[in-house]
Design a protein around this ligand. Structure first.
Ligand SMILES: *Cc1c(COP(=O)(O)O)cnc(C)c1O
Length: 409
């Protein structure tokens, strides 16, 4: 059961009332439940326990170092996509031997850093990248473990802006290019091809695309005749944001993964982000103004797309919860918007909503993944605070950014 829920009509995160916190801390702020993080991690691992996978949390979903420390304690590794994320993961205590590095545009500096730190795998996304890694490895007199990322050309039903596994997407190597790459491996004296990886997109709510991907991998591995030490199956596991979203059921997929692992005698890696952190946080905001529009009321929040960009960027739907429920009705439709000077700085429109007043607090739901990590200083607004609750204890895991530090450049 989620630790973010109503007690009577009062929204709680674990044992703390959101209303009470909002009266103590300047809004807006991110508010996490540590219990939800732990439960999500354990339930993900439990689902795949028979494959005994290495879980590499996708740091771009949430890169707060205190959250990385919680995941590290649970045994998590990290999937990173930049030198900064790599350093943060290491600083959180995650061992380099549990870190994989993905991304199509790794720079020389980032590659050098990854090699020097002896991470588990650099997941290569092009032949030219492999050439550069080979060269730098030579300079450093190291042999570097790489994975090669497959673009399986699979259409996962998700928002087009978060699909990564179709031929037209920039990620990975096509089947034919991957096979010819494998045949050329003897050219790369300083590389060891230890893994094949895939990641077909994000917020996938149906297990079929995952199953299809496994089939493509099966076909490719047979063709290359390579014994891969690791098969990295990526992330992308969706969560239910909307009431009608189907719930992703991974039971059958999990059985297929187990069979696959036995067949190839390989180690399985997963890179979940959203599934671990998505439903663990609220963004608590205040209704700054109510404003009458021609056929709806605008509730203008003090949180905007700078704080939480998913709605503006991917048309994501996130519910907004009243911090205190009441049984009165709002007069007509209500649209929650933010203060940023962009038309897309809006969150959600309800045909019916409870009575809302100026200065009321509300909470944008399920903002743990791609929330704080995607926030920015747009409109010269400071980054907001992040707070985590464990039972009755609260911890500030990021202070609100000081405006003074923002206005000097
Ligand atoms: C973003 C990303 C992930 C995590 O995706 P989720 O949908 O959050 O699980 C995993 N692997 C790679 C390579 C990624 O780029």
């Amino acid at each position: 059961m989620s630790n973010i829920r109503y007690k009577k009509n009062n929204l709680f995160v674990e044992n703390i009332s959101v209303k009470k916190l909002a009266s103590q801390i300047v809004t807006p702020f991110y508010l996490y439940s540590e219990g939800n993080i732990v439960e999500n991690y354990k339930s993900f691992l439990n689902n795949f326990k028979r494959s005994n996978p290495l879980i590499c949390f996708s740091v771009k979903a949430n890169s707060n170092i205190q959250i990385l420390k919680i995941l590290k304690k649970l045994g998590s590794g990290a999937d990173v996509v930049s030198g900064g994320e790599l350093l943060k993961a290491i600083k959180s205590g995650i061992k380099p031997s549990k870190i994989v590095f993905s991304g199509v545009g790794k720079t020389e500096d980032e590659i050098r850093l990854a090699i020097k730190k002896n991470i588990l795998l650099i997941n290569v996304e092009s032949e030219n990248e492999a050439i550069l890694i080979n060269k730098i490895s030579g300079q450093l007199k190291k042999r570097t473990s790489i994975g090669v990322r497959l673009n399986p050309d699979i259409n996962a039903p998700t928002h087009k802006k978060i699909s990564t596994g179709k031929a037209e997407d920039k990620f990975g190597l096509s089947k034919t290019n991957l096979i010819s790459f494998c045949l050329k491996m003897n050219k790369f004296d300083n590389l060891r091809l230890d893994a094949i990886s895939v990641h077909i997109g994000s917020q996938i709510l149906n297990e079929n695309p995952f199953k299809k991907t496994l089939k493509v991998l099966d076909e490719i591995i047979k063709k290359t005749k390579i014994k891969f030490k690791f098969v990295d199956l990526g992330g992308g596991f969706g969560i239910t944001y909307k009431k009608n979203d189907q719930k992703l059921n991974l039971k059958n997929y999990s059985k297929l993964v187990e069979k696959f692992k036995k067949k190839y005698n390989c180690n399985i890696i997963f890179e979940p982000g959203r599934a671990i952190i998505g439903n663990t946080a609220l963004l608590v905001a205040k209704v700054q103004y109510l404003k009458k529009g021609s056929n709806k009321t605008f509730a203008i929040l003090n949180a905007g797309m700078n704080d939480f960009m998913r709605t503006a960027l991917y048309d994501a739907v996130h519910n907004i919860l009243p911090v205190i429920k009441n049984s009165k009705k709002n007069n007509g439709p209500l649209e929650f918007v933010g203060p940023i000077c962009e038309t897309t700085c809006k969150f959600i429109k309800y045909k019916k909503y409870q009575k809302i007043n100026q200065s009321d607090h509300v909470a944008i739901a399920d903002v743990g993944a791609y929330g704080a990590s995607l926030s920015s200083n747009y409109n010269t607004k400071p980054l907001i605070a992040e707070i985590i609750i464990n039972k009755s204890k609260k911890r500030i895991i990021r202070k609100k950014q000081n405006l003074k530090n923002l206005i000097n450049q």
